[in-house]
Design a protein around this ligand. Structure first.
Ligand SMILES: NC(=O)c1ccc[n+]([C@@H]2O[C@H](COP(=O)([O-])OP(=O)(O)OC[C@H]3O[C@@H](n4cnc5c(N)ncnc54)[C@H](O)[C@@H]3O)[C@@H](O)[C@H]2O)c1
Length: 255
């Protein structure tokens, strides 16, 4: 089996931590990075406890300075795979959506993806291998009310990923977007609370009537399922899969 070195952004919580743990179990080395160093360190510690290999680093994807600082800390370590996972959500009607929140979501979800990709691409080209995986969302494909910035940024990610796929057609580098529906992470726990407030529902009603309602399978997506998609995309047999989206939505967009 080919084991790889994966740089995962936002690896201190939720999906980023879950992916780090799952992929480390498969023998890959994880560069667990997060805005919050202690959170990344906790992820790396959990990986090491189970015999895996991990390094923790502070990394703010919106800051070129932070990215350069991280790259200089790496020394000889080569990044085979970049997983653009860092993210956040803000739920509000457009008329009430604060400009600061709009700019923050765009900055982390979109600018951060661009800055990270731009920073690692030259080394991927030099080593003749690279996989860039963007964590999109069901909101890369459909919209929900009150999630204007998130939906706009996640839709834009697909355009960015396709452009990257075209620009890297001459190398063994691919770019793909994984679009999961809801995962049970702190980001979603916060949304359940926010949506309950915005829609005047109980938290259980938000889960049943809003979140899982459009999914024929009526189940949250798991970290293991997303990790399995990544495992495929980073394998040599996926070298011709590029510029694509892998949608994990329990049948949501089949309707
Ligand atoms: N939870 C879901 O249902 C769901 C569904 C589809 C897609 N996603 C996507 O999965 C990704 C992870 O979401 P999550 O649910 O695990 O959220 P989370 O809030 O649990 O974790 C997000 C992590 O990103 C980090 N982060 C935020 N800003 C950052 C920055 N500027 N630089 C580096 N790290 C930063 C946070 O510190 C945190 O550790 C996001 O891109 C999200 O849009 C989540």
């Amino acid at each position: 089996m080919n084991t790889r070195t994966l740089l995962i952004t936002g690896a201190g919580s939720g999906l980023g931590r879950g992916l780090s743990l799952c992929l480390a179990q498969q023998g890959h080395t994880i560069l667990a990075t997060d805005l919050h160093l202690e959170a990344a360190q906790e992820t790396a510690a959990q990986i090491e406890t189970t015999g895996g290999s991990a390094h923790a680093h502070a990394l703010d994807v919106t800051s070129e300075k932070s990215i350069q600082c991280f790259l200089s800390e790496l020394g000889d370590i080569k990044i085979d795979v970049l997983v653009n996972n860092a993210g956040l959500q803000h739920v509000a009607a457009i008329e009430e959506f604060s400009i600061e929140k709009w700019d923050l979501l765009m900055s982390v979800l979109l600018r951060g993806t661009f800055l990270m990709t731009r920073a690692v691409l030259p080394a991927m080209r030099a080593q003749g291998f690279g996989r860039v995986i963007h964590i999109g969302s069901i909101h890369s494909l459909i919209a929900s009310p009150y999630k204007s910035a998130y939906t706009a940024a996640k839709h834009a990610l697909i355009g960015f990923s396709k452009t990257l796929a075209l620009e890297t057609g001459d190398a063994d580098i691919t770019s793909n977007t994984i679009c999961p529906a809801y995962l049970r992470t702190p980001l979603v726990e916060a949304q359940i609370k926010d949506q309950a407030r915005t829609r005047g529902l109980s938290e259980d009603e938000v889960i049943d009537r809003v979140m899982l309602a459009p999914m024929p399978k009526k189940a949250f997506i798991t970290f293991e399922e997303v990790a399995a998609a990544i495992e495929y995309l980073i394998s040599p047999l996926a070298r011709n899969v590029t510029g694509q989206t892998i949608t994990m939505d329990g049948g949501w967009t089949a309707q």
